[in-house]
Ligand binder design. Structure first.
Ligand SMILES: [Ca+2]
Ligand SMILES: [Ca+2]
Ligand SMILES: [Ca+2]
Ligand SMILES: [Ca+2]
Length: 268
């Protein structure tokens, strides 16, 4: 079964490459001032350059109606807005809470889709540094415990910007977590920002994805909410519950679900 699924994964990646879509988080948000918390709705299901107070960019690849964005605040972070002063970037996300020294932007795709990351920019607050600072890490996590991208001791430009460009080999997963760690800068840890998060979405065959049983949040983790969602879909003979893709709803789908549930979602 595993080999069969891997073949499907490979073929679906090939099939999806031509249909890439992209949105860019520019952090141009009307009415926000320095130190204000970023609205958690910014970056959710982007379908236009302008959505009331929220403004985005788009690089000719289309938008991302099936992706939501969140700015992690679960360990006391204050994901915040700043206007100018970080290199040559304007309107940025920075992590304002003292003593945290890490920030994270999470891109999560709906069931049947995956997020694709083309790149992002980082910069350091120019007046705080005499030269480009080095921070502990910049990384992008997917569902697996091994990072999809990681740079340790990353040099961040304080004069212009440091661009992380994945456009030649975009990173892809159901959920992507863009992280930086700047705790080594002490009380200057909040003088690092992210901007121009350029991402897209691709439709994937649910049977072919790494974890087809991952129906409900939290994504990349199987728990009771996924069991509950599966049972509901199965009882309604919803195609999403047809885990082996044969059009029937029977023991084989339940068996696949239980097998995945026992294995967890990080196998790939
Ligand atoms: Ca910006
Ligand atoms: Ca959101
Ligand atoms: Ca889940
Ligand atoms: Ca089936």
């Amino acid at each position: 079964m595993k080999n069969f699924r891997n073949v499907l994964i490979a073929s679906s990646l090939l099939a999806c490459a031509a249909g890439a879509q992209g949105s860019v988080l520019t952090f141009m948000i009307d009415g926000l001032g320095n130190f204000n918390l970023l609205p958690q709705a910014y970056g959710d299901r982007v379908v236009a350059l302008d959505d009331a107070d929220f403004h985005y960019d788009e690089q000719g690849e289309g938008f991302t109606p099936n992706v939501v964005t969140s700015y992690t605040d679960s360990i006391g972070q204050s994901p915040s807005y700043w206007s100018t002063g970080y290199g040559d970037l304007v309107d940025v996300y920075f992590e304002d809470a003292d003593g945290i020294g890490s920030g994270e932007i999470v891109l999560t795709a709906d069931y049947g889709y995956e997020v694709v990351l083309y790149g992002f920019d980082a910069a350091a607050y120019s007046s705080a540094f005499a030269s480009d600072p080095i921070i502990d890490a910049v990384r992008v996590m997917g569902c697996a415990s091994t990072p999809l991208f990681e740079e340790l001791d990353a040099v961040i430009s304080e004069t212009t910007r440091t661009t992380y460009d994945f456009s030649s080999a975009p990173l892809q997963a159901r959920e992507l977590r863009i992280q930086f760690e700047s705790g080594n800068l002490g009380n200057l840890s909040d003088d690092i920002c992210l901007d121009n998060i350029r991402f897209g979405q691709v439709a994937v065959d649910p049977v072919a994805i790494a974890c087809p049983s991952d129906y409900a949040a939290p994504i990349c983790e199987l728990n009771f909410f996924d069991v509950s969602a599966f049972l509901s879909l199965y009882n309604n003979a919803d195609p999403m519950a047809d885990l082996n893709g044969d059009g029937d709803y029977n023991f084989f789908d339940v068996s696949m679900f239980l097998s995945e549930y026992a294995t967890g979602c990080n196998e790939d």
